[in-house]
Design a protein around this ligand. Structure first.
Ligand code: FFO
Ligand code: ATP
Length: 188
């Protein structure tokens, strides 16, 4: 890890968050169902999803659509300086840190991500190698090594970029989902 890479990440996060403030909503309900099916994940199997904050693409309708289609949906519970915890989304939510909405059900532990057939990963940007820039907590970087399935980052079309600063701990994703391009397998 170099301080140069860290500074570049911080500058990029500020720019990307500012751009998201004016962005139109991107609910992604039908796109996510198509993406999950494209990975041959079938109802009854587990999908780790997320509820958007700060202009992230996606929506509550997106996780409701997965649940209604019969998928077992896990949502993250943020634990400081630790891997994410997870709980089944049963339709009920409560408030979490950073304006996050978290599942109200019983926490399953951080190893629950290993039960997923697909993980939808929120991000500020993704590059052509699969390097992902997140909100800066390192939560997904601690959790994704526990997953054994495809990792699909979800960003807006203009947040899928040729190159991002990468550090050794950055877990690379296997694909990106954007509103216009749909699923793009990575690295390009
Ligand atoms: N939708 C979503 N859920 C998620 C994540 C995420 O990136 N997106 N996380 C990924 O790890 C975890 C939460 N981690 C977070 C870590 C830091 C901040 C954060 O610093 N937020 C700023 C506000 C950003 C803004 O202005 O948009 C803050 O609170 O000041 C947010 C979430 C788990 N759940
Ligand atoms: N596997 C890990 N174990 C311990 N600390 C980690 C790990 N991965 C990342 N971190 C720490 O988390 C902090 C944030 O990392 P980074 O900037 O890569 O976050 P991010 O990928 O944007 O966040 P997130 O993964 O939550 O979306 C850094 O201080 C980093 O050292």
């Amino acid at each position: 890890m170099t301080s140069d890479q860290r500074n570049r990440k911080t500058t990029l996060r500020a720019r990307l968050r500012a751009a998201r403030r004016g962005a139109a909503p991107a609910p992604l309900s039908s796109e996510v169902l198509a993406a999950v099916a494209a990975f041959d994940v079938v109802p009854g199997e587990t999908v780790c999803a997320y509820l958007p904050i700060g202009g992230e693409p996606g929506s509550r309708a997106m996780v409701d659509a997965l649940r209604s289609a019969g998928y077992r949906v896990l949502l993250p519970i943020t634990v400081a300086d630790a891997p994410l915890d997870w709980a089944v989304y049963d339709g009920s939510l409560r408030a979490g840190p950073h304006g996050l909405r978290e599942p109200a059900g019983a926490p399953l532990g951080s190893a629950a991500v290993a039960s997923a057939a697909l993980v939808l990963v929120p991000a500020l940007a993704v590059d052509h190698r699969g390097v992902r820039l997140g909100q800066g907590g390192g939560h997904y970087d601690r959790s994704l090594p526990l997953a054994t399935c495809p990792l699909v980052a979800v960003v807006r079309d203009d947040e899928f970029v040729p190159s991002l600063p990468a550090e050794a701990h950055d877990v690379r994703v296997n694909a990106v989902l954007t509103p216009r391009a749909g699923v793009v397998h990575l690295p390009l």
